[in-house]
Design a protein around this ligand. Sequence first.
Ligand code: PMP
Length: 431
Amino acid sequence: DAKQPLSSLSAAQLRDYLAAQQRAYTVLQERGLALDLTRGKPSTAQLDLSDELLHLPVTVKDGDGVDCRNYGGLTGIRQIREMFADLLWVEPEQVVAGGNSSLTMMHDCLVQMLLHGAVDSARAWARDERVKFICPVPGYDRHFTMLASYGIEMIPVDMLADGPDADAIEALVATDAAIKGMWIVPTYANPSGSVISMEVASRLAAMPTAAPDFKIFWDNAYAFHHLTEQEAKGVDILSVCSGAGHPNRPIMFASTSKITYAGAGVAFLAASAENVAWYLRHQQFASIGPDKLNQLRHVQYFKTPQGVRDLMVKHREILAPKFAAVDAALTAELDGLEVATWSKPTGGYFVNLDVLDGTAGRVVALAKAAGIVLTPAGASFPGGHDPRDRNIRLAPSFPVLADVETAMAGVATCVALASAEKLAARHTAAA
Ligand code: PMP
C-alpha cells in the first residue's frame, strides 16, 4: 500500500505523523546504536578474499627476469601493465603501474601541471592568476579538497544519469581559458552511480576549449565494480580523445584498492605516449621505482585479466545484498511520501540519497544523535557546501549486512522525521 505524499496531508494529519516519527526516533535513540556508513571502504569479508596475497610472491623475479626486490622500473613491471591494459582497453605502453594509491598519482599529475605545466602548456599553471576546474556534483570529496588545497577554483556542474552535463561544460570551457581541467568518475560515479554514455564522453573529447592544455582527469576507480550482471562497459576515452584530435586531453587513473587491499593495492595511470613520458620525466625525481614485489604478487594472484573479473564477482556477491538492504529500508519507510529520492546503482560503492531541500544536515545530525554516523551533509560538493542541503552519500560496503539493515532503518526514520518537521514548519508559517 503506497503511502500518501506527506505534502498532501492536512495540518492535523501531519501533526499525527510528526508525533509518530518522534516516537519512532526516541525508540531508535534508546537502542544505543554505534554504526558507521561514512566511507566507501571494503569490508573485512572483501579483504579476506585476497588473503592469498599474503603468501605471494612465490618467486621474486618477474616474467622478464627482473629481480623485483631491487630498485628500478619506474613504469612498473610489464606483466601487470599488460594485465590492466587489457582490462582498461588501452595499450600496455600507455600504462604506468605505480604505488598503492591512484589518488596520489592524480595529485602528482596536478602538482606537476601547476609547477611545470602539462605536455601542451605554454607555461606552468601556477603562473596564471587563476586556475579553475570543472567539478561534476555530487562528486568525490577528495577530488575537491585536493583542488582546494592548491587554491584552484571549482565550478560545479550537475552530474546527470549519463554523465556530467555536457551542454554546461561545453559552454564553460569554450570561453574561459582559466578552466584547465575537469574531474570525472566515468563508471559508477562516486556518489551518484552514473555511468557516462559514449555520447557524453565523445562530446567531452571533442569540445573546443579556450585552454589549449585542458585536461580530463578520468578517475576510473570503479571500472570493474559491478553490482549486477548488467555490467557497464566503460568508454575507451584515450582512443575517443585521440580520434577527436585531442590525444593529450585525458589522463586515466585506476587502482586495485577495491579489488584486493584498499591500503596495499596497485595504482595505475593510463594516457597518451606523450603524457606518459611527461609523467615519468617528472616522476624520476620522486622515485627510483615502485613496489614491484607488490605488483608481482598481484600478477601471481590474478594470473590473467579474467582473474580480476572473477574476483569482482565475489565482491559483488558480498556487496549486492547490502545495496539491496539500503533500497529495501528506504522503500519500506519512505516510498510514496515524496520526500526523498535515491539511486539504485548497478555498480560502485555508494547510494545517493536526496531528501527535501534544507533537510540533509538535519537528517545527518539526527542520525548521529542516534548513533549512526553518516558522511557529513554537503561532503560531495566543493567546499562541503550543497546549495540545496539535500544530498546525502550512503556508503554501505563496510558494515556487515545486519548492521546495514539496522542503520538504514534508522536513517529512514531520520529522513521521515526531518521531512515531517520541515513540512510542519511550513504549515505553521502559512497559518
Ligand atoms: N577515486 C574515487 C572516485 C574514489 O572513490 C576513491 C576511493 N574512495 C579513490 C579514487 C581512491 O583511490 P586509491 O585508493 O587508488 O587512492
